[in-house]
Every structure is written in C-alpha cells, then in structure tokens.
Design a protein around this ligand. Structure first.
Ligand code: BGP
Length: 479
C-alpha cells in the first residue's frame, strides 16, 4: 500500500467563501466582506482601492457565501458519506473577536465552531483548521493599518490562545496563515493593507509579512504548550517555477521567483531568515524590527509540517516575446506544453510530484496538500431519480492524475505526506473572481454569480468517485 493507513483524505473550504451569515452571532465586519464581485474586486484585493465598508451598488459574495453557517450539519453529513477523514475549514477572526482588539472573545462565535467541530467528530472526521484564511477584522485595518502594525501580532496571540484552549481535544491540526506568500500579490486579502499615495508598497508588504511570521511562530509555541498533540503547519501557495527555456538568465529568474515564495517557508520551517532575504531587505533599505524574545520564539518554534496548495507549476522568462497566462492570484508565462482550465490556470500533474520533492528535499518535514483542484463550469442535469447531478468527468480526470502523481512521490520518492484535501469540496465562492460559476466541488451548490438560487446541494459524479478513492485508500482511481 502506498498511502499510510491513517492518511488524511478530505476536502478544504474557507470561512469567507462559504460561511455567510456575516452579521449573525455577534460577528464583526472583515476585509473579505467588503471585497466585491466585479471590476473593483482586484483593485480592492490589491489594496489600491480603499473600500472599508459596504458601498451602494456592489454585490459582496462573502456576505452570504453558500450559507454554510446554517447548512453545516447537512454539508458535514455529505462529507462523511464520502468517507472524509479530515475537513479543512477556517475561523472567521471577527466571529471570535468582532473588532479584533476586543478584550473578551464572543461566546456565540466560539460556540458555532465548537458545534461544527463536534459535528465533524461525530463522524470521526478530524478538523484541519486554518486560523487565518484571507481574513482580518475591518476595525484592525482602520485603527491599526492591518498587519503593518506589530499590534496585530499581539491580537493574533490573543486569538490563538483562545482557540487552542477552547478547542483542546477537538482540533489537533492547525494552519497559521493561508497561502502566506500571497501577501506579495494580494496584500489587502493577505494582510489588510490599503496603500496611501506614494507609500513604499514593497516595504509595507515585507514588514507585514514579518509580523505574520512572528505571529505564526508564537502560534506554534502556544499550540504545543496548550496541547502536546497539536500539530501546526505553515501554508504556502506552491508550484515550482520552470524556466521557459534553458537560457541561463531564465534559469536564474526561475530560481529568484522560487525564492520569493519559499522565503516565507524558509523562516517558518527553519526559524530564521535566509541570507538571500537579508540581502534583499538591505537593498530595499528595510530594517525589520525583531526583539530578542520574538527572535528566540521564531528560532525555537518552527512548524511541524509543510501545508501547501497546488494548482499548477509556474513558468518564467526574461524574454518579452512570450505569451502570458492566468494563475493562482497572479499571471505568469504560458507554458506551451501544458493545457489550461477555462480560467487559464495551467494543468500539470507531474509538476505536483516535482513540487513535493522540492519541498521535501528542502525542509525534510512531512507535507500536507491542503488544496488542489480544477475550477470549472458545471451543468446541472436530472439524475433520473427526481434529483440533479453533474457529469464532471473533467474534474475526475484532473484529480485522478494529481493523485497518481502524489502517489508516485510517496511510493517511489519516499516523500512523507500526511493528507490530501482538495479545494472547494463543496462549490463555494471563488477567491479570485468572486464567482460561483468557477466550481471545484464534489457537491454542487445551487447558486449563481449574482448569489441567486435555492442553496440546495446535489452530488456530482465525482462524489461517488472520490468516495471510492478514499474507501480504497487511493488504490482505486477508476470511474
Ligand atoms: C487559493 C485560496 C483559496 C481558493 C483557491 C482557488 O488561492 O487559498 O481560497 O479560492 O485558491 O482559487 P479561486 O477561488 O480563485 O479559483
């Protein structure tokens, strides 16, 4: 058998893309709530268009998500039916601390997550909890400027202390910051940054990243002290860079791009900044404040495992005569050897094996694939039994090839892998576009891009397929 018996098969979601109920249970407003659908979405996510409240004339998809807040029992029952051993979800910070800096947590918010975790445990599902998934209370942005401010490290410590204490025994697997490297590309999403005219954006991003890295190390420390069984991981938007061609300049450029992403994980997994990062900060004229105590915490409390998302490899060139394509959060060079999804994200199963080997060689820590999948348009059709379904063979094909690649990494290369949670196991709002029509799920959610629909859930063809994959522990990948 290639996968260990206790391999954590499951699926992944995030609060801001599925919970909804933004005003219920004493919850405060968050950056993700005020990120609209439509042409202002990217400027807002980039921190270029200041929108810190709900404005007239915009549709904000996070406000209702897929209403997981009220459907969680039904959804978890469906995950259990597929055989999930783990379910990745995130905490909405403003449900626990509505303003972020409140002295006391909001009991209703804590109770909601306790109910969700207990519902998972009822079926033997191990929750995998992202503490921060593109999520920051708006009050922390208005009052403190988001993660640029060291105060956020203190508020985050308060948050994690409450979470680890309250959910001791209910949750053992934690991720500190979703796709921490995405702060460089979507700084409002990643760190609540809104830039002022003339502000040095690079410096602001790296200072915020530094605070998140400090906060992440504190989370590891507090998690281990609270419960020795806690396992804490980092979370990187991964995917190796390929040089477009064998020109030495392209090889160098690919290495530089990989470093830009890996720097975060270098710190979280090794406990200190690599020299290339220190040199970069020197060139930028950036002096990162680091107290002796924070430095020690960073050094001594590195992550237990390397969590990462993988949708595709990336490609880069120094040439200017080559086409570009879309990708997770940012564009890149089009790789002529790869096909792409309807949204231009390239598809590269072997690249997953390559990326896994890169990460394992570099960090020598267990890996956890906490996102992977194909965003595609689905057509709802009658299932012959009075309900509906989707014939999503394209999704099955994508996942099958990626599972084969991950299996090869485990079986043939000896990479240690704890689990696999494909993204959007139930259709939810797209992070990049705010659409519902970019679907990843095994379960169809009846909602359209304008948020209209019945919220009904339907099993797609991939539902039964994934159920079989899990039941056979990854051995049976056929339809
Ligand atoms: C990652 C995010 C997720 C998720 C996924 C798919 O970047 O962690 O939140 O949404 O990508 O991206 P999208 O929803 O843009 O298709």
């Amino acid at each position: 058998m290639s996968f260990p018996k206790n391999f954590l098969w499951g699926g992944a979601t995030a609060a801001n893309q599925c919970e909804g109920a933004y005003k219920e249970g004493g919850r405060g407003l968050a950056n993700v709530d005020v990120t609209p659908h439509g042409e202002q979405r990217f400027p807002v996510m980039l921190g270029k268009r200041k929108m810190l409240q709900l404005e007239e004339g915009y549709y904000y998809p996070a406000l209702q998500g897929i209403d997981f807040y009220h459907h969680y029992k039904e959804d978890i029952a469906l995950f259990a039916e597929m055989g999930f051993r783990t379910f990745r979800l995130s905490i909405a910070w403003s449900r626990i601390f509505p303003n972020g800096d409140d002295a006391q947590p909001n009991e209703e918010g804590l109770q909601f997550y306790e109910n969700v975790f207990k519902e998972c445990r009822k079926y033997g599902i191990e929750p995998l909890v992202t503490i921060t998934h593109f999520d920051c209370p708006v009050h922390l942005i208005k009052e403190y400027g988001g993660w640029k401010n060291y105060k956020l490290v203190e508020f985050y410590k308060r948050l994690v202390t409450v979470l680890f204490t309250r959910f001791k025994g209910l949750v053992h697997y934690w991720l500190t910051f979703n796709e921490i490297n995405i702060i460089l590309h979507l700084p409002f999403m990643g760190a609540g940054l809104v830039f002022e005219e003339g502000e040095d954006e690079q410096k602001a991003k790296y200072l915020s990243a530094h605070h998140e890295l400090e906060a992440s190390a504190w989370a590891v420390k507090i998690a281990h002290e609270t419960d020795a069984e806690n396992r804490v991981g980092c979370m990187m938007a991964a995917g190796d860079y390929y040089p477009y061609c064998c020109m030495p300049q392209d090889i160098w450029e690919a290495k530089m791009q990989d470093r830009a992403n890996m720097m975060f994980i270098d710190v979280q997994a090794r406990g200190y900044y690599p020299n290339y990062a220190k040199k970069m900060f020197e060139r930028m004229g950036l002096r990162l404040p680091l107290s002796k105590e924070d430095e020690r915490v960073m050094r001594e409390h590195t992550v237990d495992f390397i969590g990462f998302s993988y949708y595709s490899t990336r490609c880069i060139t120094t040439r200017d005569d080559v086409a570009q394509t879309e990708g997770n959060a940012f564009k890149g060079t089009k790789n002529p050897y790869l096909k792409a999804s309807e949204w231009g994200w390239q598809i590269d199963p072997l690249g997953l094996r390559t990326t896994m080997n890169t990460l394992y060689d570099r960090y020598q820590k267990p890996l956890f694939i906490v996102e992977n999948g194909l965003g595609a348009k689905d057509e709802l059709i009658p299932d012959g039994n009075g309900s509906f379904t989707v014939d999503d063979d394209y999704r099955i094909a994508y996942l099958r090839e990626h599972i084969k690649a991950m299996k090869a990494a485990v079986e043939e290369d000896g990479v240690e892998l704890w689990g696999y949670t494909p993204w959007g196991c139930i259709d939810l709002v797209s992070a990049s576009t705010g659409e519902m029509s970019k679907r990843y799920g095994f379960i169809y959610t009846d909602l359209d891009d304008a948020g209209k629909g019945t919220f009904a859930r339907y099993k797609k063809k991939s539902f039964a397929w994934y159920q079989k994959v899990i039941a056979s522990n990854g051995e049976d990948l056929e339809d």
